[in-house]
Structures are given as C-alpha cells and as structure tokens.
Design a protein around this ligand. Structure first.
Ligand SMILES: [Fe+2]
Ligand SMILES: [Fe+2]
Length: 300
C-alpha cells in the first residue's frame, strides 16, 4: 500500500511535530472574544427585527465576513479529517484538539460581532450555517502529506482573507477582531508549514506530488456553501481574496519557504513534479491578469 509510506513518514517526523506544537504553545496569544465584541450595540431581534438599512458595513465587507464565518463554522469536519489522518499518532491527536479549541473562538467572535452590529441578516445567516454544515466538507486529501499541504495553504489563505476582510470593513472593532483571528491563523499556518518542511526533509520525492496536487487544484473549503460563487466573486472584486492575492501571498511564499526549486536528491518522477509545481505561479498569474483586466486592480 503506497499510503502506508506516508503514515510511516508521519511517525518518523513525530519529534519535529512535538517541537512545532511546543513552539506554538509558546507563541500563541490567548484572547477573549467577549472583550472585543461591541455588546453595547446589541438589541432584541424580537422587538426590533433586522432590516438591511441597519447595516453599517458595505455589502462587500458583509459578504466577506459572512463567507469567512461560514468557513469557520465547518470546523467539526476539519477536525474529523485531521483526526482520520492522525491514526494513532498521540502528538497529532493532541495538536488537533488544541487547534480545534483555538479555531472554535473564531466563529464565536465573528458571529457575535455580526449580530450585535446587525451587519448580517440573522435568519439568512442561520439558514446558511445549517445548509453549509449539513452538506459537510472533506478536502479529499488521500494521505497526511496531502492533508497537511492543504492545511498549510488553507491557513495562510485564511489568514490573508480574514485580515483583508477586516481592512475592507473599515470599522475599528471588525478590524481588531479579524486581526486577532488572522494572527491565530498565522500561527496555525506556521505549524502546518513546519510539518511539511519536516516531511520534505525526510522524503522529498514522496511529498512533492502531494504538494503539487494541493497547489494545482486549490479550492477554499467554502465551495459547497449557499451562493458560494456569487459571494467569492464579490470578495475577489473587492480584493479580499482573488488570484492575485493567492499568487503573491500564498503560492510564492510557500514555494520559497519549502525551497521547492532547490530540492535535490529527487527521483526522476519527482523532478518532473518539481518542475510542474514551479510552473503553477505563472498560470495563476495569467488568470490574475485576466481578472484584473476585466475588473481592475484592487490593493487593500
Ligand atoms: Fe479559523
Ligand atoms: Fe486556523
């Protein structure tokens, strides 16, 4: 079974995973959503029903915050997928619990903000949450190398998306909440990036195809959500997350951090994969240029 090699690799790098988790515990910042949410703005939805005229943020900012919230809501599925690939690895199982606990606060903070400030329709938000979560999500990663390459890309993408949504909101509280969340995502990103770095050091020819699979077909985990395409396009036009952002702030930094171009000792097949990975940024760059010609360049 080819996949067994990946699980053996995971066991081999367990000491490095432990170090990464220890470093994360040192680095992580504990924060409290209740200190940031503007509860003083909260009003009863029974006596004072929601109406769009109550919104203070632009439609693009609201869409970005709502889509990012629905992405956070799907946490049980991410937890389950990580657990399924952790098998009996105690260190990874421990990480998955810590990571899940930290992630849990993101939806709490974001939902509390949107409801107290009335920047989301509470009925639509709950209907969308229910639809999203009853659809479920699975990245489809066939092995732990694919999964952790995916989570590395995803955490970095989410970090940028949250930060940009906070900037677009043009509201001090939203900016602070999204900044806090983005900082958490950055720390998670550092963990998952480190897992792949350790895997690459041990078995580059095994890990490169996993990275290629993720980078060539990357999709945010929101694809199954209600009105996903319309919402994602709105966010792309506003510059929160689009191909330019993906190219500049996710793909290039990861290719550089993992030193993909200079990896050596590769099998002939892995060398081909290495070249294919190096060709991805220019493809994405072309797509970004086409999009910008059509909708203009936005820098948040
Ligand atoms: Fe998160
Ligand atoms: Fe995260």
């Amino acid at each position: 079974m080819a996949n067994e090699e990946y699980y053996e690799l995971l066991d081999t790098i367990t000491p490095q995973i432990q170090e990464l988790m220890d470093a994360h515990r040192e680095r992580r910042q504990h924060w409290y959503a209740h200190e940031l949410v503007p509860w003083e703005q909260g009003r009863s939805f029974r006596t004072d029903p929601w109406d769009e005229s109550q919104c203070t943020l632009s439609p693009e900012a609201r869409t970005s915050l709502v889509l990012n919230l629905l992405t956070e809501d799907n946490l049980p599925y991410y937890h389950a997928e990580i657990e399924s690939h952790s098998t009996k690895n105690e260190v990874l199982l421990e990480w998955n619990k810590l990571w899940t606990a930290e992630e849990g606060q993101h939806a709490i903070a974001l939902r509390s903000y949107l409801l107290t400030t009335r920047n989301a329709d509470p009925v639509e938000l709950e209907d969308d949450r229910l639809a999203t979560m009853s659809t479920g999500y699975h990245s489809g990663a066939p092995n732990p190398a694919s999964l952790f390459a995916y989570t590395a890309v995803q955490e970095l993408a989410t970090r940028v998306s949250h930060r940009n949504a906070g900037k677009l909101a043009d509201d001090e509280v939203a900016y602070e909440i999204m900044g806090r969340i983005a900082t958490d995502e950055n720390h998670h990103f550092m963990f998952y990036r480190g897992v792949i770095t350790a895997m690459l050091k041990e078995a580059p020819s095994l890990v490169l195809p996993a990275i290629y699979g993720v980078m060539a077909n990357f999709e945010m985990p929101g694809v199954g959500m209600p009105k996903y395409m319309r919402r994602a396009v709105q966010m792309a036009k506003a510059g929160v997350y689009n191909m330019r952002v993906h190219h500049d702030r996710v793909l290039l930094p990861l290719i550089r951090d993992w030193k993909i171009e200079s990896l050596d000792g590769l099998s002939a097949k892995a060398q081909e994969v290495q070249e294919k990975i190096m060709a991805i940024p220019s493809l994405i760059d072309d797509q970004a240029t086409t999009f910008e010609r059509r909708y203009g360049v936005v820098n948040l």
